[in-house]
Design a protein around this ligand. Structure first.
Ligand code: SF4
Ligand code: F3S
Length: 104
């Protein structure tokens, strides 16, 4: 599966949603997650994400986020259409430690 990581928080550009062939993204207040059992590993979303938040689970940097994707894809509603990114998304693109500061 592919995994959405911290860089998505407060960016939420949703370009990923636009290209996913199986609509396996789920939407929280300020980030999206991927349902690990629904993702078919096609990889097309990965290069679409401006802050490079999407990683394959084979990437060690995805380790900390797989469980969160699993947990919240069961709790949050499915999203199958690109909405509007937050107006200040660009300001958060390079911010580190967004999970501790902003995750909701
Ligand atoms: Fe969707 Fe493919 Fe990305 Fe998985 S890898 S979330 S199936 S676009
Ligand atoms: Fe988030 Fe990147 Fe998608 S910022 S909403 S994972 S395009």
């Amino acid at each position: 599966t592919y995994v959405v990581t911290e860089a998505c928080i407060k960016c939420k550009y949703m370009d990923c949603v636009e290209v996913c062939p199986v609509d396996c993204f789920y939407e929280g207040e300020n980030m999206l997650v991927i349902h690990p059992d629904e993702c078919i590993d096609c990889g097309v979303c990965e290069p679409e994400c401006p802050p490079e938040a999407i990683l394959p689970d084979s990437d060690p940097a995805a380790d900390d986020w797989l469980e969160l994707n699993k947990q919240y894809s069961d709790a949050w509603p499915n999203i199958n259409r690109k909405g509007e990114a937050p107006a200040d998304a660009d300001e958060y693109k390079d911010v580190e430690g967004k999970y501790a500061k902003y995750f909701s």
